[in-house]
Design a protein around this ligand. Structure first.
Ligand code: LHQ
Length: 262
């Protein structure tokens, strides 16, 4: 268990569940919650027993971004670049560099940094009632947590600009139709479906899945030639994994594979 209650950690079936837990503030980030999320993500990096992560929020919201009470300009002009460097960016990097699947279950409104953390995850599901809001424009800020990078890649420049410049809420189903997330799910089915997905992934060939994540992310900046070389290198490693041997032998023996993650 993490010492802080601002992010709840539970571990079962090789899945580490991280639940943002400041429901009275719609799970807006204060410094304690950043550090608690970081502790959970670092555990996922460190601990071989963790083979998938499930990120969600407690209460009726997923995450309302920065706790604006903590960055009140009446208390002096804040250095928000420092806030990003110190608190947000490390967590986004931990999500992206983790060579294990990160499933996000967006249980309610995801605004500002909350929306962009949700879409930084590998597979994002959302409750049909959830909304994604690039709230930054409403307070004179710029989308962060990689939003200016991921939004145009996921939905194209036209939609990215319209979402970011207007701050209009995007319904979960539209987010799925546009490719911003994987799937919108009935509210009461969300957690069961997200946990089933995370559990299935956690029982998978973890090394191969991790390398697949790395390769797809690298494609954003690689040429085709570089990507073909990367695939060759990763496939070489994957082909030496215990899970490749198990997968092929199980296929030939007409049984279900039992992957160890190695
Ligand atoms: C909140 C918040 C919140 C504090 C709801 N803070 N209390 C990075 C670097 C550093 C600084 C700046 O920012 C960033 C990145 C960012 O994330 S910028 C974007 C910051 N987030 C926002 O601007 C969103 C602000 N929240 C909202 O617009 C609404 O609350 C949404 C649309 C998320 C939800 O609306 P409702 O469903 O109508 O809920 P509500 O507004 O009634 O909120 C419920 C409570 O949560 C309420 O408290 P109260 O004591 O009145 O019940 C809100 O004050 C509190 N809350 N978001 N970000």
């Amino acid at each position: 268990m993490s010492a802080s209650t601002t992010v709840l950690q539970t571990f079962a079936d090789s899945v580490l569940s991280l639940t943002l837990n400041r429901p009275e503030k719609l799970n807006a980030f204060n410094e304690e919650m950043h550090l608690a999320l970081r502790a959970g993500l670092e555990r996922a990096h460190r601990d071989d027993a963790v083979r998938a992560v499930l990120l969600t929020g407690a209460g009726r919201g997923f995450c309302a971004g920065q706790d604006l009470g903590n960055r009140d300009p009446r208390n002096g002009t804040p250095d928000l670049g420092h806030t990003l460097d110190t608190f947000y960016n490390p967590n986004v990097r931990l999500i992206r560099s983790l060579e294990k699947p990160v499933v996000c279950a967006v249980n309610g409104v995801a605004a500002g940094a909350g929306a962009n953390i949700a879409i930084a995850c590998d597979i994002t599901l959302a409750a049909r009632s959830a909304r994604f809001i690039q709230a930054f424009a409403k307070i004179g800020l710029v989308p962060d947590c990689g939003g200016t990078w991921s939004l145009p890649r996921l939905v194209g420049e036209a939609r990215a600009k319209a979402l970011a410049l207007t701050g209009e809420p995007l319904a979960a189903q539209t987010a799925a139709d546009w490719g911003l997330i994987w799937r919108a799910v009935d509210d009461d089915a969300l957690m069961e479906e997200a946990m089933a997905l995370a559990t299935r992934l956690a029982a998978g060939p973890t090394r191969g899945l991790g390398m697949t994540k790395r390769a797809i992310q690298a494609a954003a900046t690689n040429s085709l030639d570089q990507q073909l070389d990367l695939e060759r290198d990763l496939q070489r490693d994957a082909g030496r994994s215990a899970d490749y041997a198990e997968g092929v032998i199980a296929f030939l023996e007409k049984r279900k594979p039992k992957f160890s993650g190695r």
